[in-house]
Design a binder for this molecule. Structure first.
Ligand code: TRP
Ligand code: ZN
Length: 851
């Protein structure tokens, strides 16, 4: 390993910075192999500092020269930067460094993608650009001069001058280095404008490479304008510069980045057109545009004191983008989608060796903590706070938070103080949500006596590597009660569970009610309750809460799948009959009906089996899922063509929620029909499709049933020139390959001339798709584990961040039987013992092996 004992950073060790910055001027002389970065930084001793040594972060930099107040100095270079003797008074630091963006495959710092220069600085990439105090609590006003022969040169803030071969930008809002950005390339803009609620005009640009990308920017621009309006209307937050730029790049480690005034996006998260993007792509693009835009206030104007506070900006910004999507589309459908995601990724994380609190107490590599826990569970904490304090107090508290901390680097304590001060509530116990890892479990018992119904809730939280004997948390459990007639006798009430065990009573009832618990998924917890199949079917039919109505069907399906795997039980006809009734229920939104049909994933079933004390067998789970789907198709076969036809959307394509919902129900029908008709209808749809949703759904149905060869070939011929569509082609095959063929299919895909493995999107399509192919990845002989480990070992020196993230495919090892565990751990050990392994991947596999 490169780092024999990589250093662990602790939240408890936080120290204020020794020096603050009064202004930064950067000049970039761009050149692929030798870019010069000339910095002038005005430092001033921080009166609040205890440690006063002058240190700057720096990584992979060639220092050309340095001066303090104009006099040459010779700093001491260290492992991660430099130190230098400096005056105990304000001084000017000048330095020139050389860097090589062309060889930067890690995609951190300044790098090149598709012939353009771009940057990615969060979390700690700025130190690969120049020597600097690269920590979020050092905020400064930046002026940037770019020199190159590229036609477009962009940085943060407003443009202040340009000429032949140069451009200058000034950002008057103090910001941490992680929000710095620079782009230079041969780009074209799709432009618009926006007038803020304060009457300020803002120029909007989406920059992409010319043809064919320039034709795919209109939707992103529209989503941006809707986001700007929404943030004004709902949060009272206006934009604060003359210009807002977005740039699309092909090589990017994540979705997008909120750099001040210059958001940089993975091209997959901005480019949209009806023929190349699915409805799901459109929804995702809209959400990510909103997310990055919303960061302007939650992240940029108020930033984080240190990286332990990451959820302060990410949890809140995810919560805001979820609210936005709920407003733009269907709120119940969005809530179900978010719960599905939370359970698929965050509950899975919480259940395994990578469990960590929403605000971790320590880390080795911060890039490893951009997780579902920090983001999605972090967002759930905001939602719980809002539910506990109420909508108006929530709005007041957030306004107070902005008023108090605008221009500052804040903490979770600051955030909670704004709520405590607004509402007078004591949030000490609520704060445990930020510190205690794991998904709380609530067991429920109930009793009915003389007209009084008593619900007793008991909470528990498992020990994790970092903490044992956890304290009870403050959990809002939204509950309603139904009578046997189906009438609601007690409407939704929030029960505040704060003790380990607590009882709640409801009086004046004429019969024992049926409880509907955790309505709207009011807390990120697992409800453990012995519930009869009849009760679930009752709630599926009668619950007035759309989330819990769906949840009842989901739980029914989950239990049934467990029974089918464990006891070879047959599919339950009552479930099939109930589903058939629901999908034909015209009172329900088609998107919601489609969600009703979506079974738990194979990974969900594996987790449910493990929870029930039964080691999962992925191949068996696969077969059981297949047989249940087949049973659904048979049971519903008379209705399928009719609903399929009724869901047909005529007229020009629109990605709106209504049309997308119809297509999703129609395509759910198509998936089932393809199990019975040998692919007839899907082939017809594939041939006729005039948008990617219809084309892709048909292709998926065909490939899933083994009828996909011709369609795959035709698809490739049609889309060979479109890299984003080709990612779909690669990904679909990896994820849908049948268990026996998955390893061979992935080996074939990785030998394809178009498998550009250094591009994260393409790598993720194939290897991420494979990891999501549960029965293929978990091949009994361990060949799937070996295949992924080989590729991770190969990618690590090229791109540590993406490697470490994808290594999480192994996080579920503890749930399997010993022989499979041994194979998974052997693959992890092999990665761990790779010479020169990156700090990112080393930390990730070490944490997994420890669990
Ligand atoms: N802050 C970004 C967001 O939430 C995500 C991000 C963090 C990121 N680190 C990154 C994006 C590295 C790309 C590369 O939107
Ligand atoms: Zn974010």
């Amino acid at each position: 390993m490169k780092d024999a004992s990589p250093q662990t950073i602790y939240l408890a060790d936080y120290q204020p910075p020794a020096f603050l910055i009064d202004g930064v001027h950067l000049t970039f002389r761009l050149s692929p192999k030798a870019t010069r970065v000339i910095s002038r930084i005005r430092f001033r001793p921080n009166p609040d500092a205890t440690d006063t040594t002058f240190t700057l972060h720096g990584q992979d930099l060639k220092l050309v020269n340095a001066q303090i107040d104009g006099a040459d100095v010779s700093p001491t270079l260290t492992d991660n930067g430099l130190t230098c003797d400096v005056p105990d008074a304000p001084f000017v630091w000048d330095a020139e460094v050389e860097i090589a963006p062309d060889g930067n495959t890690a995609l951190e710092g300044l790098y090149m993608s598709g012939g353009m220069y771009c940057t990615q600085c969060e979390a700690e990439g700025f130190r690969k650009i120049t020597y600097y105090p690269d920590r979020p609590d050092v905020m400064a006003v930046f002026t940037v001069r770019i020199e190159s022969d590229m036609p477009v040169m962009l940085s943060n803030g407003n443009p202040v001058g340009s000429g032949a071969g140069w451009a200058e930008w000034h950002d008057s809002w103090p910001k941490p280095a992680y929000l710095f950005a620079l782009v230079a390339g041969d780009l074209v803009a799709t432009s618009g404008s926006f007038t803020t609620m304060n009457g300020d005009d803002v120029a909007l640009n989406i920059y992409v490479r010319p043809r064919p990308d320039e034709a795919k920017c209109d939707f992103a621009l529209d989503a941006l304008i809707r986001s700007m309006k929404w943030d004004e209307k709902v949060y009272g937050r206006a934009y604060d510069l003359d210009i807002f730029n977005i740039v699309a790049v092909d090589d990017f480690n994540m979705g997008a980045m909120e750099n001040k005034g210059l958001n940089i996006f993975n091209s997959s998260c901005v480019l949209a057109s009806p023929t190349t993007s699915t409805d799901a792509d459109y929804e995702r693009i809209e959400a990510i545009i909103a997310h990055e835009y919303f960061h302007n206030w939650t992240g940029n104007r108020v930033t984080c004191r240190d990286w332990f506070q990451l959820c302060l900006k990410e949890g809140l910004t995810v919560y805001r983008d979820q609210q936005f999507t709920a407003d733009m589309r269907s709120a119940p459908v969005k809530r179900i989608d978010d719960a599905l995601d939370l359970r698929a990724y965050q509950f899975r994380e919480d259940a395994g060796p990578l469990a960590h609190p929403v605000r971790p107490a320590s880390f080795v590599e911060i890039n490893n903590f951009y997780t579902a826990t920090v983001y999605e569970k972090g967002a759930e904490l905001i939602g719980m706070l809002k539910l506990l304090v109420g909508d108006d107090p929530y709005a007041k508290a957030v306004t107070l938070y902005f008023d108090r901390h605008d221009g500052q680097a804040a903490t979770i304590e600051d955030w909670l103080a704004a709520f405590a001060d607004t509402t007078g509530r004591d949030l000490t116990q609520f704060a445990l949500w930020y510190a205690q890892a794991g998904t709380p479990e609530i067991t429920v018992t109930d009793q009915f006596d003389n007209g009084t119904y008593t619900l007793t809730l008991r909470q528990s939280l498992r020990d994790t590597d970092d903490m044992a004997d956890k304290q009870p948390m403050h959990i809002p459990v939204a509950a309603g009660l139904l009578a046997s007639s189906g009438a609601e006798v007690v409407p939704t009430t929030v029960l505040e569970l704060t003790e380990v065990e607590q009882s709640f009573t409801f009086d004046n009832l004429t019969e024992k009610p049926i409880p509907s618990l955790l309505r709207g998924f009011s807390a990120p917890v697992i409800i453990k309750r012995q519930q009869t199949a009849d009760e679930r079917l009752f709630l599926l039919a009668h619950d007035t809460d759309p989330f819990n109505k769906w949840e009842a069907g989901r739980q029914f399906a989950s239990d049934m799948l467990v029974g089918m795997v464990r006891d070879d039980a047959a599919p339950d006809a009552r479930y099939l009959t109930a589903l058939t009734g629901l999908i034909t229920d015209k009172a329900l939104d088609p998107a919601y009906r489609a969600l009703m049909l979506a079974l738990p994933s194979q990974d969900d079933t594996a987790r449910a089996l493990a929870d029930a004390g039964h080691a999962p067998e992925p191949q068996k789970i696969y077969l059981v899922h297949e047989s249940l789907r087949y049973a659904m198709a048979e049971h519903m076969q008379d209705r399928l063509p009719q609903i399929y036809a009724a869901m047909h959307v005529a007229g020009p394509y629109s990605p709106d929620a209504k049309d997308a919902g119809q297509r999703s129900l129609g395509n759910a029908m198509l998936g089932l029909m393809t199990r019975l008709d040998g692919g007839k209808q899907a082939s017809a749809q594939f041939a006729q499709a005039d948008n990617m949703t219809q084309q892709m759904s048909a292709l998926r149905a065909l490939v899933a049933q083994g009828h996909g060869a011709d369609a795959l070939a035709a698809f490739r011929t049609q889309w060979a020139q479109d890299r984003l569509v080709m990612d779909k082609w690669f990904g679909l095959q990896a994820v849908l390959a049948s268990p026996e063929h998955a390893v061979a299919t992935v080996n074939m895909l990785t030998q394809d001339a178009d498998f550009n493995w250094k591009n994260p999107n393409r790598f993720r399509a194939v290897l991420g798709g494979f990891a999501a192919n549960a029965a293929g990845f978990h091949a009994a002989d361990g060949s799937g584990y070996a295949l992924l480990a080989d590729w991770l070992i190969r990618l690590d020196p090229v791109n540590p961040q993406t490697t470490a993230r994808m290594a999480k495919a192994f996080e579920t090892w503890p749930r399997y039987a010993p022989d499979r565990q041994a194979k998974m751990k052997a693959a992890l050990q092999r990665i761990a013992h790779t010479p020169e392994l990156s700090r990112d991947t080393a930390e990730m596999v070490a944490r997994m092996l420890k669990g």
